[in-house]
Ligand binder design. Structure first.
Ligand code: SF4
Length: 391
């Protein structure tokens, strides 16, 4: 049975193109959704698994937990007895927030929000982590589970939930929150628990797409376990140079791993496709956060994506970088260093950590990455601040 059906192109709201000579200027074209990206209907991939395939996935999930090499850290430990670099064991996943979320791309959040599950812990150690401080609200209701301000990425803060309890939350998000999808945020280190939770939720009546929202520091094994369970991959491609990933992500092999992971994700689900209401149902939505002084790396990433993944890849070039986590914090033993501001005035200031990325990005840095994307042949871009669906 096919999971998707396609129909001829039809008239829908505009999609967005960056102007080739001025990427901040947006060209609007009122075209139909190309039939290759339009779905009449959609049945999530996990609904298509046979009972034999589901049982195999369950066995594989347990096996991975007994000797965990599920991410490129390759700790090789039994997570029923100890924890590896991600700090998370086997029986539960640690969760910081579960809630309908309206901070995602329009085609993901739709009208009712994306049913987001923010996992605690992470297998990267980004010094600029944009999730370093969690959420300001404390809230516990029938469809929200939220902790007070916490570092959700680098510490073991959060609620311990079994796969079955996670599945019950997915059902609440679907039935009461009426969300468009289940959005698993930073789940690389809890893929077995996530796989089991999706299978449990399927048996409980889940029928909305699953999003795997990842840093792309995934292993082939974990992506194989997810094949057939995930509908939309939402990978970041953060930096290009291994010297940068070593310094800023604490993972020298990040770029090679991200290239392999994104290629495999695209092999599984293809380019992003929508139903006629403008909601994404299947495919890859790639994010790149432009970093201060790293626009050359963003440009390389765009070139690689256009040449090696797909020119029809749906790309969100993000501009919301802000210094966070360890960036801009005082050193324990601080020296005073010469500082030149934008107007050329010099002063002596106390040295801070990761000073090279301790600022917002500049317009020209953003423009360079967008121009490189257009030059690479990419054309499907997300412009969320325009406040409507982009196809
Ligand atoms: S998922 Fe955690 S325990 Fe497993 S290899 Fe990665 S860091 Fe180590």
């Amino acid at each position: 049975m096919a999971s998707i059906t396609r129909s001829p192109a039809r008239t829908v709201p505009a999609f967005t193109l960056f102007h080739p000579r001025n990427p901040r200027r947006v060209s609007r074209r009122f075209l139909g959704i190309p039939s290759a990206f339009l779905l009449d209907d959609y049945l999530p991939r996990y609904q298509l698994l046979t009972s034999v395939e589901s049982s195999k996935k369950r066995s594989l999930a347990y096996a991975h937990l007994r000797e965990c090499n599920l991410c490129p850290r390759k700790c090789g430990i039994n997570r029923y007895e100890t924890t590896g670099m991600c700090l998370i064991g086997a029986k539960t996943a640690k969760v910081n927030v579960i809630a309908p979320h309206r901070g995602e791309e329009p085609c993901i959040q739709g009208h009712h929000g994306s049913g987001s599950v923010f996992f605690s812990g992470c297998n990267l150690r980004c010094v600029f982590c944009q999730n370093h401080v969690g959420f300001i609200l404390f809230h516990f209701s029938i469809i929200c589970l939220t902790l007070f301000i916490q570092d959700i990425a680098h510490q073991r803060n959060g609620f311990d939930l079994t796969p079955q309890e996670l599945a019950e939350w997915y059902i609440k998000l679907q039935q009461i929150g009426r969300v468009h999808n289940i959005n698993l945020v930073t789940p690389e280190h809890v893929v077995p628990q996530v796989a089991l939770s999706i299978l449990d939720a399927r048996d409980m009546g889940l029928r909305i797409p699953i999003i795997y929202n990842t840093s792309s520091f995934d292993s082939k094994d974990s992506l194989q376990l997810l094949d057939g369970l995930v509908d939309i991959y939402l990978p970041d491609f953060k930096v290009w140079k291994s010297s940068t990933s070593k310094r800023l992500l604490k993972a020298e092999d990040y770029t090679v791993t991200a290239m392999e992971s994104i290629t495999e994700m695209h092999r599984q689900v293809g380019d992003l496709s929508f139903t006629s209401d403008g909601i994404a149902k299947k495919g890859v939505l790639l994010r790149h956060l432009v970093m201060p002084g790293k626009e050359d790396e963003g440009m390389e990433i765009m070139r690689w994506l256009g040449e090696n993944v797909s020119k029809d890849l749906y790309v969100h070039i993000m501009e919301q970088y802000h210094p966070d986590a360890h960036v801009g914090k005082k050193r324990r033993v601080a020296r005073r260093v010469r500082f030149v501001d934008a107007s050329g005035d010099e002063s002596l200031q106390e040295e801070v950590r990761y000073a090279e990325i301790n600022r917002a990005i500049r317009d020209e840095e953003l423009s360079s990455v967008k121009e490189a994307a257009v030059k690479a042949g990419l054309w499907r871009f997300c412009e969320p601040h325009e406040g409507q669906f982009h196809l």
